[in-house]
Design a protein around this ligand. Structure first.
Ligand code: ZN
Length: 482
């Protein structure tokens, strides 16, 4: 059986694959600066006969690798960026590996390695069975901070892809059908006039006043937007000291809504409020719309394929040691919060999971029509080609994401098991898609229907480039804090 060739390759290379995941876990690099992680993955793909480009779409750490020729083109995509401030050792308690350092608190070490492993395993099955088509791997940087996939989509790199799969470590095994929110990231710069704040306040025009008045206006707007919208901001610059009227101030906003066509009108109203604040304070406003993300278009066809393959492979079994590790981590958060989370996620029969730390069920997706409040750049890919990101258990059920708990789990054998299980399920799914054209036809038709004639228009300043310098600066600062 064609899938067995792929699965055997994964089993035979298990140690090497988990070492790559662990190495990326150890590098824990900031988004757009994943030099070592991307090099490691690119080298492995090259070694196994892929044609590899490291550095595409203006990002030195983005990878485009492929094996085979012509249609269909089936892709896997992997991430490898880490998060600041949550470094932890592989221990079931909060104990930083590097004080204040970066950590893989979203499991992207496993994310990148599972997609890479699946692509390579498929390549050997293709060769052995003489399968036609192309398997492609996209190494997609900066998911957490700058939405690297958006630049790859804008560059047309996904234009000829027939289907795209990825895997995210989580606390469940499920090929979810929920969407994510569309989001805009925007900075509002205000320019006023300095003056002595006590001696000649009448000569000053405060940029900070403008920032504050804008925030007040937006906070009143909240009552008059759809319930599901999210608006959050920070004041990045608010002046130097109180006796100088600040001539420069800046806020940074994220605005989210379930669908892009719900978000755009809310964003237009926020811009009017921003202009109003400038008018009230006689300051100048510059809006820097650095970009945004789309909402995920789910794929029932791909979800069915992946669910069937997860069941064919079978979920990991855990040792007593792993169960103890998980039970210890479970003590770090209150059970009430876990119950709240299960109810919020509308997990069917959630009561059966109250005392479970590591989930071994493979669930049917229950969340079609739901929108998770967060955003992801996987969404932008999903507007271009049928796309599915599935989850496999790795984190302790109920533990927060982006946390030391998740860092510890992703660096442990729980991460290894999540990786191997996901890589096999993904390889099996890619092989189904390569060999059963009717699935691709159905997936394409489903996407067309869900898009209802809407097309992908890049968000933000036209022709914008990945903020490489900004990323390097932040990464250096973070190293200083560590
Ligand atoms: Zn993530």
């Amino acid at each position: 059986m064609v899938k067995e060739t792929a699965w055997k390759w994964i089993d035979d290379h298990r140690d090497q694959l988990t070492e790559i995941s662990d190495e990326i876990w150890g590098y824990a690099e900031y988004g757009l600066c994943e030099d070592k992680s991307s090099r490691l993955i690119a080298d492995m793909l090259k070694k196994h006969g892929f044609k590899v480009q490291l550095g595409v779409a203006g990002m030195p750490t983005a990878i485009l690798a492929e094996y085979g020729k012509g249609k269909p083109v089936i892709a896997t995509q992997g991430e490898y960026d880490a998060l600041p401030g949550i470094s932890n050792k592989v221990v079931p308690r909060k104990e930083p590996l590097v004080e204040g350092g970066m950590g893989h608190g979203c499991g992207h070490n496993v994310h990148g390695a599972s997609a890479m492993a699946a692509a390579i395993a498929v390549r050997y099955a293709m060769e052995k069975e003489g399968l036609k088509g192309t398997v492609r791997f996209y190494g997609t940087p900066a998911e957490e901070n700058f939405g690297g996939k958006v630049f790859m989509v804008m560059d047309g790199l996904y234009d000829d892809v027939d289907a795209c799969l990825s895997h995210h470590p989580s606390d469940m095994n499920v090929a979810s059908l929920s969407s994510s929110t569309a989001t805009n990231g925007v900075r509002f710069h205000y320019y006023g006039k300095t003056s002595h704040a006590a001696a000649s306040p009448e000569m000053g025009r405060s940029a900070l006043d403008a920032v504050e008045l804008m925030d007040i206006g937006v906070n009143y707007l909240r009552e008059h937007v759809i319930q599901e919208a999210r608006i959050h901001y920070v004041i990045e610059e608010g002046g130097g000291q109180p006796n100088v009227v600040p001539d420069y101030a800046r806020s940074w906003y994220y605005v989210r809504a379930p669908e892009r066509d719900q978000l755009d009108p809310i964003f237009e109203r926020i811009k009017k409020i921003a202009e109003g604040a400038a008018l009230m304070t006689e300051t100048e406003l510059k809006i820097d719309h650095s970009g945004g993300l789309y909402n995920v278009i789910p794929s029932k066809v791909l979800s069915d394929v992946v669910t069937a393959n997860m069941r064919l492979v079978g979920p990991p079994r855990y040792t007593d040691e792993e169960l103890e590790f998980a039970a210890e981590i479970a003590k770090s958060f209150p059970k009430e919060e876990k119950i709240d989370g299960l109810r919020k996620d509308k997990v069917p029969d959630w009561e059966r999971y109250v005392d479970v730390d590591l989930v071994t069920d493979i669930l049917d997706p229950w969340d079609e029509g739901e929108t998770s409040p967060g955003s992801t750049d996987v969404a932008d890919v999903s507007w271009k080609t049928p796309t599915l990101e599935f989850e496999t258990a790795c984190n302790v059920l109920g533990a927060p994401g982006h946390s030391w708990q998740f860092v510890a789990c992703c660096g442990s054998t729980l991460g290894h098991k999540s990786l191997v299980f996901a890589a096999k399920a993904m390889a099996g799914s890619v092989l189904d898609l390569l060999t059963r054209p009717e699935l691709l036809n159905k997936a394409g038709a489903e996407l067309k229907e869900r898009l209802r004639g809407r097309t992908y228009e890049p968000v933000g300043e036209p022709g914008r480039k990945p903020p490489l310098e900004q990323a390097r600066e932040i990464a250096e600062k973070l190293k200083g804090k560590a």
